[in-house]
Design a protein around this ligand. Sequence first.
Ligand SMILES: CC(C)(COP(=O)(O)OP(=O)(O)OC[C@H]1O[C@@H](n2cnc3c(N)ncnc32)[C@H](O)[C@@H]1OP(=O)(O)O)[C@@H](O)C(=O)NCCC(=O)NCCS
Length: 168
Amino acid sequence: MSDHTIRAEAPGDEAAIYNLIAQAFAPMPFADGDEQELVNRLRADGDLALSLVAVDAGGVIVGHVGFSPATIDHAACGWFQMAPVSVCPPRQLQGIGSALIEAGLRHLREQGASGVAVVGNPAYYERFGFTVIDGLAPASEHDQPYFRAQAFDRSAPAGTLRYAPAFG
Ligand SMILES: CC(C)(COP(=O)(O)OP(=O)(O)OC[C@H]1O[C@@H](n2cnc3c(N)ncnc32)[C@H](O)[C@@H]1OP(=O)(O)O)[C@@H](O)C(=O)NCCC(=O)NCCS
């Protein structure tokens, strides 16, 4: 489907993004109900490094992806965490989530980022190049089975990847 465009979050989008994330995660059994608050906390902390929205032909925001800085062994090294990814339920499975993720990864790569990590269903995220990187692990053991990453450069990142403080 190509009846949507992707653009950076603009002032005034905040409430629509908040509502969209709440709507997208509400039916998900793994959701903790905090996903929409997370984006507000990241924004308030100045850690919403990249925030993209998908907008339909009528100008309605139907998808969102956020990226925030991550550290490896407490060092800021150009890594980002991709979370959350949300598409409004009636528009899911139409390629919007994929388009948002690909646009975000492309932008970060072009900006010289070192890599991106994600916690989620590997069956979905591995198609975008996320994989298990030996030696790179999340701080939380709980995240471990769902933790995937991709390096944009030839470095072999190793250590403990930590998310921005807003993740708690
Ligand atoms: C997950 C989400 C962002 C995907 O966006 P989308 O626009 O619906 O997905 P796309 O159209 O880009 O991709 C569709 C493909 O992804 C698969 N897919 C979608 N969501 C998936 C999920 N949660 N787990 C595994 N596969 C998934 C579909 O089966 C489909 O596979 P196919 O191409 O082999 O047919 C969206 O469904 C959503 O907002 N879900 C609720 C919130 C959520 O779970 N966010 C991610 C948390 S980690």
